[in-house]
Design a protein around this ligand. Structure first.
Ligand code: HEM
Length: 497
């Protein structure tokens, strides 16, 4: 860490009474998710400094111009700790752990599997999987059901088939089992884990990766997941290559599009090892993110019966006009609802970045330092950690209006959403990040949510179980938890027709 005096120290922010923990306990383990962060943003504005462990000054940023610069520039890379964790989870070849040219090459090679045209090919898969959720729900009719479990399995099935062209049944059962365990293992953090994370934040990338690879019970499951993903990846790719050699019909999945690109450009196309190296990451990136978002959305629908009925009426009308393969993008309330869910429940609420070379972060509005000086841009030193406030940006009153913290899908229909300059790829939201590391699977996630919601709401009504309390836990990603801290959304589901 660069010891020269930095402007960051002069930026206003919350006081901290602990040198060891700084403000991290309030930031990571608040009684209610985002409680302190939200109060700090209101008090200090969209750029403030807070204390991480061992006296480190960290920047929290939700200022639009600063965010734009952070996501566009390669001067800001994932922190060594985040990198080491992703490597342990997904193997060293995963896209998130690549930087610079290596990241750009991999991203360009993966893109053909995620374009708008490619995503349309996956629609029948999502429709088939959505039917399996309905079939299971029929058996739970009128009883209390944990929607999280059903949605997790469905999201796993959808990704396995859309990305690898394999149904869950055709995958190695141990691989399926370990993946579902890893997804549920995202349990809470504690003071102890905050301190370990704080130590890792001071170490260089290679050392961080080595430490995370030391034998430890907790990480064994992650290593097993990566090992099984790699061997399943080899099998799947080999089967596809063999099928192509025998002239058999091609699959309709991401791996197929990557192995046999329609516009083959040697500079961008990937080799088999590059593709296999994404297997584990895609499984994790594409599964729980979408299913947790849907679970949060269903809770909002269960709380607002009128909204649920209006949405169902829109879906029924669309189905009666076109019984198969709905034009999902043309359902206004459905899409407003999905956008509002993504806005208030961004399952990856923050992204941490480390500055790799001294640079400047521009600001939309000037800020006043503790010494009274006003600045329009922040000089930051190599080694500085900055937090991209995805969730915070989506609560800014200056962008979303005075009721920014209220769940109100109609804001997307009545013109009250102030768009400004979009940072992210979808609906001015930052939920899928933006710039050079924009989520590649955002179209897949949106389509999957559209399809699942249409199927479920057309056939069932949803009410919260009487004693259900929604807690939100920030584990690896945001997840809904019950009063005992278990991942769960208990609902009473009733068949409509
Ligand atoms: C609601 C669902 C989802 C959300 C909120 C989400 C969010 C994100 C975010 C915030 C990032 C940036 C992470 C960072 O750089 O620190 C990201 C990256 C990524 N996501 Fe998603 N994601 C979702 C679903 C998916 C799906 C369904 C897939 C694929 C099947 C996917 C594939 C990826 C990939 C490949 C990257 C890495 C992009 C790169 O580094 O260039 N995501 N996602």
């Amino acid at each position: 860490i660069n010891k020269r005096r930095s402007t960051v120290r002069d930026i206003v922010g919350p006081p901290s009474s602990s040198w060891i923990l700084g403000n991290m306990e309030q930031f990571v383990l608040p009684p209610r998710f985002g409680e302190y962060e939200s109060a700090w943003r209101k008090r200090y504005g969209p750029v403030y400094r807070f204390k991480a462990c061992f006296g480190e000054d960290r920047l929290m940023i939700s200022d639009p111009a600063a965010l734009q610069a952070l996501v566009q520039s390669s001067d800001f890379v994932p922190t060594p700790r985040a990198d080491a964790l992703t490597c342990a989870l997904c193997g060293p070849r995963n896209i998130l752990s690549q930087v610079g040219q290596s990241h750009a090459r991999l991203r360009a090679g993966l893109t053909p599997g995620f374009t708008a045209a490619a995503t349309r090919r996956y629609q029948p898969i999502f429709e088939k999987v959505a039917l399996t959720i309905s079939e299971k729900l029929n058996a739970y009719e009128g009883k209390s059901t944990n929607m999280c479990s059903l949605l997790s399995v469905a999201a796993f099935d959808a990704i396995a088939e859309a990305v690898f062209g394999n149904s869950t049944e055709s995958l190695d059962p141990e691989f399926v089992d370990v993946n579902l365990k890893v997804a549920h293992m995202a349990t809470g953090r504690s003071k102890g884990t905050i301190i370990v994370e704080g130590i890792l934040d001071y170490l260089p990338k290679e050392l961080c990766r080595k430490i995370i690879n030391l034998p430890s019970k907790g990480l064994d499951l992650l290593r097993t997941q990566t090992r099984l993903a790699t061997s399943e990846g080899h099998r799947i790719v080999q089967e596809k290559l063999d099928a192509a050699q025998q002239g058999l019909e091609r699959g309709n999945d991401v791996f197929d599009l990557l192995l046999f690109p329609e516009n083959s450009n040697t500079k961008e196309s990937l080799n088999a090892e590059d593709i296999i190296g994404q297997m584990s990451f895609l499984m994790l990136a594409g599964g729980e993110t979408t299913s947790n978002t849907l679970a949060f959305g269903l809770v909002e629908l269960a709380k607002d019966v009128e909204l649920q009925e209006k949405l169902r009426a829109e879906i029924h009308a669309a189905f009666s006009a076109r019984p198969v393969s709905l034009a999902y993008d043309s359902l206004p309330l459905l899409n407003a609802f999905i956008k509002e869910t993504l806005r208030l429940y961004p399952v990856i609420p923050t992204a941490e970045r480390m500055v790799v070379a001294d640079t400047i972060i521009p600001l939309s509005d000037p800020i006043t330092l503790r010494n009274g000086r006003s600045i329009q841009q922040i000089p930051v030193r190599k080694g500085q950690i900055v937090v991209i406030g995805i969730g915070s940006y989506q609560m800014l009153e200056s962008i979303w209006g005075a009721d920014a913290d209220v769940f109100r899908p109609s804001r997307w229909l009545d013109g009250t959403v102030h768009r400004g300059e979009a940072i992210g790829p979808y609906a001015s939201l930052l939920t899928f990040l933006g710039g050079i590391r924009t989520c590649l699977g955002w179209r897949i996630a949106v389509l999957e949510m559209q399809v699942f919601l249409c199927e479920l709401l057309a056939k069932f009504s949803f009410a919260l179980a009487p004693d259900h309390v929604l807690g939100i836990q920030h584990a690896t990603i945001l997840q809904p938890v019950d009063s005992a801290g278990e991942k769960s959304v208990e609902m009473i589901v009733s068949r409509i027709s």
